[in-house]
Design a protein around this ligand. Structure first.
Ligand SMILES: Nc1ncnc2c1ncn2[C@@H]1O[C@H](COP(=O)(O)OP(=O)(O)OP(=O)(O)O)[C@@H](O)[C@H]1O
Ligand SMILES: [Mg+2]
Length: 148
């Protein structure tokens, strides 16, 4: 198999449909790096959730997939955008937290919503590390890592 450990991939994200191409590219890269099918599927889901968030909450963003070498081989998913950022990333990671608050039962019936607040929670379950920071120029950078 071709050595994929030096291959970095970058994608401009502008629409929800970008999730299909980017997650399949991420899955292929993960498999080429030696991840098993289950881990590669988790990578695909994580990418898809981060693409969805960027389109919904920031409009557009830049996705970078980077193989990680020694001392801890793996794969890094980095998504950066120029949107409003997240006030509390630890709250945002919790299932049911969406758009600045925890959803109640009445939110989940009928009312038009942009999400269930489960995307970042899913990313954190599939990946080994998930962090976010606000760079000086504004926006948000989310970094997820999974190790072999
Ligand atoms: N790139 C981003 N910029 C600004 N806010 C964000 C971004 N990504 C996530 N958030 C905030 O974090 C919250 C939680 O994100 P999460 O993906 O878990 O849920 P959701 O997108 O609301 O719903 P779901 O993913 O289940 O469709 C979002 O509702 C949003 O307020
Ligand atoms: Mg989401």
């Amino acid at each position: 198999m071709q050595d994929a450990s030096h291959i970095q991939k970058r994608f401009k994200i502008t629409q929800h449909e970008d999730a299909y191409w980017c997650s399949s590219q991420g899955k292929m890269l993960a498999l080429a790096l030696g991840f098993d099918d289950q881990a590669a599927a988790g990578v695909a889901i994580a990418i898809s959730e981060l693409v969805s968030n960027v389109v919904k909450f920031a409009g557009e963003g830049l996705l970078t997939l980077t193989p990680l070498g020694d001392p801890r081989p793996g794969l890094e998913i980095r998504m950066s955008d120029s949107g409003p950022g997240i006030e509390s990333f630890s709250d945002a990671l919790r299932d049911g937290f969406s758009e600045g608050r925890f959803l109640s039962d009445s939110d989940l019936v009928g009312a038009p919503r942009r999400g269930l607040g489960a995307g970042l929670g899913a990313v954190s379950r599939f990946m080994h590390e998930l962090n976010a920071h606000h760079p000086p120029g504004g926006g948000l950078v989310v970094v997820a890592r999974i190790y072999l």
